[in-house]
Ligand binder design. Structure first.
Ligand code: NAI
Length: 325
């Protein structure tokens, strides 16, 4: 039998995890032939609730689940893990300034970065979902000296999937008919969903939609989709966030089959984005690695949007600079 792999999920008593854990346990992320040991982390106040989630995992009698650990100790949760999904984060409280939110999360993610560095498998792949995801990933990496910063990524796949679905609806196509769509920058309202290189059934998307729709409808709808879901549902997106986290990790682990997908990764100077932030790029994944899609022509409209979201990330970085190593 294939050896089980250890997968850590933080924020395990929360609403995203309530979808995510069950998708992983049923084999949607790592395959129907890959057994898993689930290592679930939450804060002490949430452990009772986590106990209930674990009872439910047990009650599914998943063939692939070979063990479950529920803990509030990050080192125990990250022991030997090959995949870590960092979902838990501090939400914005009443009257909390953005800088306070960044600082509060930076503390959480520096602890978790250290624990990953000392306890996780040296080849661990880390996905940060908890917001502000890009900057939390930056903090995690800077506190994980034994890991390559490239091992620590943040999630813009939900934004990518939202962009696919908006363009599919507009053009009367299916999301699987669309290629070469991408999200640049921060997982925030400053992100830039870019369809200038995209194709729909092989045809240039830009020949199927007009620029007014792109600027007044497509971009703001994707940027504001999270807020629209909160307004409609009374709670933030959870099942779709979990599904996108599964997509991100599955493609990273098993390859994207030549498809371009969006991942927030350490900037390396590509496309004029200087090192020092975790920035969403179009990538192709293969053999457990990702490569940035290079040498795309960037028009002046895109340049402005890409630089604006970079600027926001640099401001986030400045707010937590003291916690970077
Ligand atoms: P939730 O509030 O339902 O659950 C969060 C869980 O994290 C709670 O159980 C809480 O106790 C736990 N937690 C808090 N601090 C922790 C710590 N230090 N260690 C471990 N666990 C901790 O929130 P939900 O809806 O599950 O969302 C989780 C995060 O994901 C939020 O930050 C949210 O903004 C973010 N998010 C990110 C998206 C993305 O596309 N990157 C999309 C949607 C949500």
């Amino acid at each position: 039998m294939t050896q089980p792999v250890r997968v850590a999920i933080t924020g395990a008593a929360g609403q995203i995890a309530y979808s995510l854990i069950f998708r992983i346990a049923s084999g949607d992320m790592l395959g129907k032939d890959q057994p898993v040991i689930l290592q679930l982390l939450d804060i002490p106040d949430s452990l009772e609730k986590l106990k209930g989630t674990i009872m439910e995992i047990d009650d599914c009698a998943f063939p692939l689940v070979q063990g479950i650990i529920g803990t509030s100790d990050a080192e125990e949760a990250f022991e030997g893990v090959k995949y870590a999904m960092l979902v838990g984060a501090r939400p914005r409280g009443p009257g909390m300034e953005r800088a306070d939110l960044l600082q509060a999360n930076a503390k959480i993610f520096s602890v978790q970065g250290k624990a990953l560095s000392s306890k996780a498998d040296s080849d661990v792949r880390v996905l940060v979902v908890g917001n502000p995801a890009n900057t939390n990933a930056l903090i995690t990496a800077s506190n994980a000296p034994k890991l390559d910063p490239k091992q620590i990524t943040a999630m813009t796949r939900l934004d990518h999937n939202r962009a696919l679905s908006q363009l599919a609806a507009k053009t009367g196509a299916h999301s699987t008919d669309i290629e070469k769509l991408m999200i640049w920058g921060n997982h925030s309202a400053s992100q830039y969903p870019d369809l200038t290189h995209a194709t729909v059934k092989g045809k240039a998307a830009s020949s199927l939609v007009d620029q007014e729709w792109v600027e007044k409808d497509f971009i703001p709808t994707v940027q504001q989709r999270g807020a629209a879901i909160i307004k409609a549902r009374g709670a933030s997106s959870a099942a779709s966030a979990a599904s996108s986290a599964v997509d991100h990790m599955r493609d990273w682990a098993k390859g994207s089959d030549g498809q371009w997908v969006s991942m927030a990764i350490p900037s390396d100077g590509s496309y004029g984005i200087k090192p020092g932030v975790v920035y969403s790029y179009p990538v192709v994944t293969k053999g457990g690695q990702y490569e940035i899609v290079k040498d795309l022509p960037i028009d002046s409209f895109s340049r402005g949007k890409m630089d604006a979201t970079d600027q926001e990330l640099r401001e986030e970085r400045a707010a937590i600079e003291d916690l970077l190593k």
